[in-house]
Design a protein around this ligand. Structure first.
Ligand SMILES: Cc1cc2nc3c(=O)[nH]c(=O)nc-3n(C[C@H](O)[C@H](O)[C@H](O)COP(=O)(O)OP(=O)(O)OC[C@H]3O[C@@H](n4cnc5c(N)ncnc54)[C@H](O)[C@@H]3O)c2cc1C
Length: 326
């Protein structure tokens, strides 16, 4: 039976990443369901302030400070977490699914001799057993995973799947732990951060977004979509294939490997609704989808849907908006 739940906090440049709070929410729920103790682990260059933010939500924070954690180095992270967690014998380790945990979660599960389930979108405890839901076969099928040895498990959680509501009353303890890393012995070296290109359009803070996907075709009339965005008072964004085809620059791409947006209205044109795309849409915008395939997954999450061809729907939509605006 799992007695210890460790939530691994993720920070970048000294600020906690949102996904950490989702992992905290999942960790809290599991701690209640399993009757286990919840601890948050923070690996940081200097982490006192962030540790305090965590301590108002969880009963215990373990803080390991070392300059090596100012950047991402999976080798250093795995060695440190192994040292902290393995002696407990039984543990459930929870963290967000992100680019950096993609790098260290598999190695950590090996180091901890633990089972690994990645990118879980739901967790439950049934008859004392932990069940994790994740998607397989290119995200076409949901599978529920149970664990042969449920005493040692590492889980990564899909962004946007676990709702965090701050309670702010935990008064948790913060314990400084020694860092076992000798940086000179690490085989991996951090070289530098490369900042993403900043564009002329600020998609991240736009209230109205018109987003285009592969459904716009190979020789699209981009003017038509830009014109609709202008008429709506919004900006043009896109899914990844549009960037891959060099139709729009990367800073227009919404999704887990693009930017996170928080609009009031999100109009998805010819976008199927892959989770990597939806993962970039935060909050609960009014999501309107136009797609010629009535079974496109985006219709499962859209508030309103139009089944139709973009080349017909987009001009009609713009005309209607113009006439409503007078
Ligand atoms: C590690 C990783 C990270 C990723 N990160 C991102 C990310 O950040 N952002 C992102 O968007 N994707 C990302 N992806 C890719 C993602 O998995 C999907 O492949 C991508 O989102 C699909 O884009 P799409 O919906 O535009 O294209 P498709 O899935 O090809 O969908 C096109 C849709 O257009 C519809 N359509 C076609 N013609 C018309 C028409 N004439 N009128 C109306 N509808 C039409 C089709 O029915 C279809 O539903 C990532 C993938 C991986 C593996």
């Amino acid at each position: 039976m799992i007695k210890n739940i460790y939530v691994i906090a993720e920070q970048r440049k000294g600020s906690l990443r949102d996904i950490t709070w989702e992992a905290v929410a999942a960790g809290k729920k599991l701690a209640t369901d399993l009757g286990a103790e919840l601890t948050c682990v923070l690996l940081c260059g200097k982490g006192g302030l962030i540790a305090e933010q965590l301590a108002v939500e969880v009963p215990k924070v373990l803080l390991v400070e070392n300059p090596v954690f100012e950047s991402t180095n999976s080798e250093a992270v795995i060695s440190t977490l192994k040292e902290l967690i393995k002696p407990q014998g039984s543990y459930l380790v929870v963290m967000g699914a992100s680019n950096s945990t993609l790098d260290f979660a598999p190695g950590l599960s090996v180091a901890l001799d633990a089972a690994l389930a990645t990118d879980c979108f739901s967790l439950e405890v049934k008859d004392g057993r932990l069940l994790a839901s994740r998607q397989i076969y290119s995200y076409k099928i949901n599978s529920v995973v149970s664990f042969k040895n449920s005493d040692r498990v590492v889980l990564t959680l899909r962004a946007g799947s676990f709702q965090f509501s701050p309670a702010g009353e935990a008064k948790g303890t913060i314990t400084n732990e020694p860092c076992p890393i000798d940086e000179s012995k690490l085989r991996k070296r951090f070289i530098k951060y490369v900042e993403a290109e900043k564009g002329d359009v600020d998609v991240a803070s736009a209230d109205i977004i018109v987003s285009i996907g592969r459904g716009i075709g190979d020789e699209p009339d981009l003017e038509m979509f830009q014109s609709l965005a202008d008429t709506m008072g919004g900006v043009l964004a896109c899914s990844r294939p549009i960037v891959d085809k060099n139709l729009l620059p990367k800073y227009h791409q919404v999704g887990t490997s693009g930017i996170e947006v928080k609009p009031k209205v999100y109009l998805a044109l010819g976008i199927s609704g892959a989770f990597q795309h939806l993962g970039g849409i935060k909050g609960s915008p009014l999501l309107i989808a136009v797609n010629k395939d009535a079974r496109a997954p985006i219709f499962r999450v859209a508030n309103y849907g139009i089944v139709g061809d973009l080349n017909e729907v987009v001009p009609a939509l713009e005309e209607k908006i113009k006439s409503l605006k007078g």
